[in-house]
Design a protein around this ligand. Structure first.
Ligand code: HEM
Length: 363
């Protein structure tokens, strides 16, 4: 079984006059475009975001790197695993549980709180910001859950709350009340849990692969790369040419926009044998799940580490998909992720001490 939304098959580059953009979807084309130094990042709809301030960019990378260094220690390894086991044990006591709401999101919030250094008084405030931002995509115009557009005032209200939440986060960071970088806050509160949800769902839909990973954990490094390829959450990226460029068959003129179909490229049969098959023993040959080139994911180390540390705690409880409950999705012009994945467990995970940041989440 595939992951609900199969990407469209890769095809030769073409200029879409309706969208006024080039569409690239073959692995070789998308790979080359991501590495093209004269392409700049733009949003899906809007105009060019303009040149990025190099000082702000290097500060962002330095702050993020400090968090990555902290999270690369043994203490952090243990902390991430303990939080996962505690949550898994609580979830395993229930008949059927939506792992996105009851395991994955609380895990990422607990990790974020622990990393932030927030004192007790700030924790609730910070958790509610993370919660609001994690759920923001469910309220987006392009939400896959809400087929009907929501009334304008609801959208405006959510937008206003998100703006306030971000401003509050900036205040806490600015006053030194919390120490987490903004990129890590967003990464750990939104992108990372979204990917964990889609990666675990991919395993649940392939019980043979799930079982192999549980009983033969030495496949984990390959499984992580395969899950980034098969179940990456970023389906599309957007660029604009700052110069005329010839990219394979595409003659792209200055100022033209380029739509990069990452998900299709990760399923290109010229690059990957039987690309629609999830195979955790597949030899990694360079997937595009975290991007590549000048804007490649700066949190990649943590994404790989988190998936490989937390997945064994999940598998240890012998999860099976609850087929009686629907799988719900949400998404936008760049990301697609599941918001409800119901699971039954056969066993407890393993014994661990409760982590201080879990009790406070009211679980
Ligand atoms: C700890 C979690 C994460 C952090 C801190 C993080 C951080 C970042 C940052 C800072 C960038 C921008 C780099 C730049 O423009 O110089 C980036 C890009 C990117 N991230 Fe992540 N990320 C995280 C998780 C993820 C996950 C889970 C995925 C998908 C599975 C992902 C996919 C991407 C992709 C595809 C890009 C490239 C965007 C582009 O080329 O336009 N990230 N990430």
């Amino acid at each position: 079984m595939d992951l609900s939304f199969s990407p469209s098959p890769p095809e030769a580059p073409r200029y879409d006059s309706g969208l006024k953009a080039w569409i690239l979807s073959r692995y070789a084309d998308v790979h080359a475009a991501l590495r093209e130094p004269t392409f700049c990042q733009v949003s899906a709809r809007g105009p060019s975001t303009g040149p990025v301030d190099p000082i702000a960019l290097s500060q962002m990378h330095a702050e993020l790197q400090a968090d990555i260094d902290r999270m690369s220690t043994e203490v952090w390894r243990e902390r991430m695993v303990n939080i996962a086991h505690t949550l898994m044990n609580q979830a395993a006591d229930r008949m059927s549980v939506n792992i996105v709401d009851h395991v994955i999101q609380p895990w990422s919030t607990a990790v974020m709180l622990s990393l932030s250094g927030a004192d007790h008084a700030l924790e609730a405030r910070l958790s509610s910001i993370a919660d609001l931002l994690f759920h923001k995509r469910e309220n987006d115009e392009t939400s896959l859950i809400e087929k009907e557009p929501r009334p304008a005032f609801v959208k405006k209200w959510f937008k206003w709350r998100r703006k306030n939440a971000e401003a509050d986060l900036d205040r806490m960071r600015g006053s030194g009340q919390i120490t987490i970088s903004k990129s890590m806050f967003f990464g750990v509160s939104q992108t990372l849990p979204s990917f964990l949800a889609k990666a675990w769902l991919a395993l649940l839909l392939h019980p043979d692969q799930l079982e192999m990973l549980r009983t033969e954990p030495h496949w984990m490094p390959y499984a992580v790369e395969e899950l980034l390829r098969y179940a990456g959450i970023v389906h599309t990226l957007y660029r604009q040419a700052t110069k005329d460029v010839v990219l394979g068959d595409a003659h792209i003129a200055k100022d033209e926009r380029i739509i990069l179909k990452l998900e299709s490229a990760n399923r290109d049969p010229i690059k990957f044998d039987s690309p629609d098959r999830l195979d955790i023993t597949r030899r990694p040959t360079g997937n595009l799940g975290l991007g590549v080139g000048p804007y490649a994911c700066a949190g990649g180390v943590i994404v790989r580490k988190a998936l490989s540390l937390v997945t064994p705690a999940f598998l240890a409880a012998h999860p099976i998909l609850d087929e009686g409950a629907p799988i719900l999705w949400t998404g936008d012009t760049s990301i697609r992720r599941p918001v409800a994945v119901s699971v039954r467990f056969w066993k407890q995970s393993v014994e661990v001490r409760d982590h201080p940041h879990i009790g406070k989440l009211g679980l």
